[in-house]
Design a protein around this ligand. Structure first.
Ligand SMILES: C[S@@+](CC[C@H](N)C(=O)[O-])C[C@H]1O[C@@H](n2cnc3c(N)ncnc32)[C@H](O)[C@@H]1O
Length: 254
């Protein structure tokens, strides 16, 4: 007895069609997977300052070790980077939740903590426990209690989901060992409408006395963030005038 509820004639003509549909589906899934797949990292010999690992044509820089922390706190930084100008441009509101990703010794963390005030909170992340230890001392000396130090890893900032109004990364993104995965994690952490702010030494200007791999061009940043895993980022502005750095602001869309 034929248990198939479909008429024989239909099956006879439908079987080849089903093969065609199967092949089309497999091909389409493959193409979709290919377009959604992260761009591959490439590995080949590079600069002594780099990892020998490349992302979209850029060699990733070695991260600055905690032995370099005094450089982060150098007095000339005030003139070279104008941190107060940057802080004013960020327009942070009291009570907001912000993150200082790659916070180092906390040069920007305490400024952020003052800006959000006692009702706000600053998550300060780094991958080096030694940096976080310097940061804790810095915050204690300043009597700031609204800072939460977070030990991140190279793939994940370890921040809460949909919780952050603004993420600041000063001189950090170019050191991300896994920029694609980190950006995905940062996007997850932002509230809808939240801002991701990259401050990087301008790669377009040779006179800026910073090693080449520790600078970035605007074009490169836009290219890399356009690949962000969730694609909800929108470029906003870089009009803030700092002497040596870009301020590149992206917003998470709904
Ligand atoms: C050049 S320092 C800048 C520190 C701080 N933002 C400042 O402006 O003073 C870069 C910091 O980023 C940290 N870093 C590198 N990759 C990181 C990652 N995936 N997640 C968090 N921090 C990272 C390094 O450990 C280092 O402390």
């Amino acid at each position: 007895m034929n248990a198939d509820p479909m008429p024989r004639g239909f099956l006879a003509t439908a079987a080849p069609m089903r093969w065609v549909l199967w092949v089309a589906l497999v091909l389409l899934t493959g193409v979709r997977a290919a377009t959604n797949a992260p761009p591959a990292y490439e590995f080949h010999p590079g600069s002594p300052d780099g990892l020998g690992k490349w992302y979209l044509g850029r060699e990733i820089a070695h991260y600055m070790t905690h032995q370099g922390a005094p450089w982060l706190e150098r007095p000339e930084r005030e003139e070279e980077e104008r941190p107060s100008r940057l802080m004013a441009a960020l327009e942070i509101q009291p009570g907001q939740t912000v993150a200082d990703v790659g916070a180092g010794s906390g040069y920007f963390t305490w400024r952020l903590a003052q800006a959000v005030g006692p009702r706000g909170r600053v998550y300060a992340t780094d991958i080096q426990p030694e940096m976080l230890s310097l940061l804790r001392t810095n915050m204690t000396q300043r009597g700031l209690t609204n800072v939460v130090p977070v030990l991140g890893d190279t793939h994940d900032p370890h921040l809460p989901t949909n919780a952050i109004d603004l993420i600041l990364m000063v001189d950090v993104y170019h050191e991300f060992d896994h920029p694609y995965e980190m950006t995905a994690g940062l996007v997850r952490a932002l509230k809808p409408g939240g801002r991701l702010v990259l401050v990087e030494y301008r790669g377009e200007e040779r006179w800026i006395p910073i090693k080449p791999l520790h600078k970035l061009t605007e074009l490169q940043v836009r290219k890399e963030l356009a690949e962000s895993a969730l694609h909800p980022l929108m470029f906003v502005t870089n009009r803030t005038e700092l002497p040596r750095q870009h301020v590149l602001v992206f917003r998470k869309t709904d």
